[in-house]
Design a protein around this ligand. Structure first.
Ligand SMILES: [Fe+2]
Length: 404
């Protein structure tokens, strides 16, 4: 996230004395990515963010629908899968209620259908990209509150202490991408100085970030984190590669009076992604929205279809060499796989090494069509994905044979 923001009170000079109205020094916290060699932000807390009271290991799922990597099964025999995620039970929160579907060493893909507020949480292993398919939710963090709705991609940087609070009556159905590194716009969309270029399908005006620091104007301990206090302190779940730890802090991690920098959570609505179209079928990279370490994220949005007089609008059969292809079907009519049982909330996995294409008959049916209303999110990973217990629980056993 290369764009500088300043929110709330910060002193004119970095790393100089900055005091509250009653004369107390604020505590600086520098969040720096890539070992302080990339984007960073400087936050000013009312109390030191370091006052750790306790730490304990936490069980990371492990039951049939949990998030345990030990439950992963390789995709053998090599088959496509259709995961009917809406059949998984709804409930729980966006952090502990997420269910692990697919994973490799680079990325974990999970779904949630949250109805409750989560506790405080941060992912120390990488950025999290959360796509909301239904409902709405507020992301509270040390940077402030961010209201999010269906269609939003939300990028939560590594190490950001946050919690999710559903704000809709219906469950918040979300796809959670847990990266092992940083997620951002593809480099080719950006100028050397980090500005979005004219050919980018979205730009700075489409990105939204917290505008008020959570501790501004609030008596200490202050901030929405106070709601997460258990009376003895503030519990924060911390995910790292080797597991999950529960920390207890003396002070509210959201007691921030100001911050500035280029590292903060932000959202992009998929409805602000401007599709690039052509006379003949355009390849998936024109739909790319984000890049992560050894995976990409693409948005398939309502758009005009190919306008060559002899165009074939349905996608061609293809072997996705070097990648596993995951599609999260969100809304609209999924004509290319009509008859295969795909519906909103479905996830398909078309693995590398498996040649696939449109549903038989849908090429002919697509001729002459001039638009599509499909809405889908695609994650292509460059290493093979294994299946979690929740994927096996909602797998459609008939899907591999729907091309026959
Ligand atoms: Fe494909």
């Amino acid at each position: 996230m290369p764009h500088y923001r300043r929110v709330g009170d910060v002193p004119p000079k970095r790393h100089t004395q900055f005091r509250s109205p009653d004369g107390e020094l604020y505590a600086e916290e520098l969040m720096g990515s890539d070992g302080f060699s990339s984007a960073s932000s400087l936050l000013y807390h009312r109390r030191p963010p370091t006052a750790l009271l306790a730490a304990e290991a936490v069980e990371d799922g492990g039951d049939d629908d949990g998030g345990d990597d030990a439950d992963l099964a390789p995709n053998v025999p090599l088959l496509p899968h259709h995961l009917r995620t809406t059949e998984l039970p709804a409930g729980g929160d966006m952090v502990t209620g997420r269910r692990l579907l697919l994973a490799n060493d680079d990325v974990r893909l999970l779904v949630a259908q949250a109805t409750e507020p989560s506790g405080l949480y941060r992912d120390a292993a990488g950025d999290e990209l959360v796509y909301l398919r239904t409902g709405s939710a507020r992301l509270d963090s040390s940077f402030g509150a961010l209201d999010c709705a269906a269609g939003d991609y939300v990028v939560v940087p590594t190490g950001t202490t946050h919690r999710w609070v559903p704000t809709s009556d219906q469950p918040v159905a979300a796809l959670v991408v847990e990266a092992r590194g940083h997620v951002g716009p593809p480099d080719r969309y950006l100028s050397p100085g980090g500005q979005f270029l004219e050919h980018s399908p979205y730009c700075e005006r489409d990105l939204h970030a917290p505008g008020t620091p959570p501790g501004a104007g609030v008596a200490a301990p202050g901030g929405p984190g106070a709601e997460a206090s258990n009376g003895d302190g503030f519990d924060v779940l911390v995910r790292q590669r080797s597991g999950v730890t529960r920390y207890r802090y003396a002070h509210d991690p959201f007691d921030v009076v100001g911050w500035d920098g280029c590292l903060y959570p932000y959202r992009l609505s998929i409805h602000d992604f401007e599709p690039l179209t052509g006379r003949v079928h355009q390849p998936p990279p024109v739909h790319q929205t984000f890049a992560g370490p050894r995976f990409v994220v693409c948005s398939f949005v309502p758009r005009k279809l190919d306008y060559h007089p002899l165009a074939v609008p349905a996608p061609y059969n293809h072997a996705n060499v070097d990648s596993d292809e995951v599609l999260y079907y969100c809304d609209g009519d999924f004509t290319s796989r009509k008859g295969a049982g795909i519906a909103a909330g479905s996830i398909s996995l078309h693995p590398g090494g498996f040649t696939h294409g449109p549903q038989p008959g849908s090429v002919e049916a697509s001729l002459g069509r001039d638009s599509t209303d499909e809405l889908a999110v695609m994650i292509d990973t460059f290493a093979p994905l294994s299946l979690g217990a929740a994927a096996r629980a909602c797998d459609d056993p008939d899907y591999p044979w729907t091309w026959a």
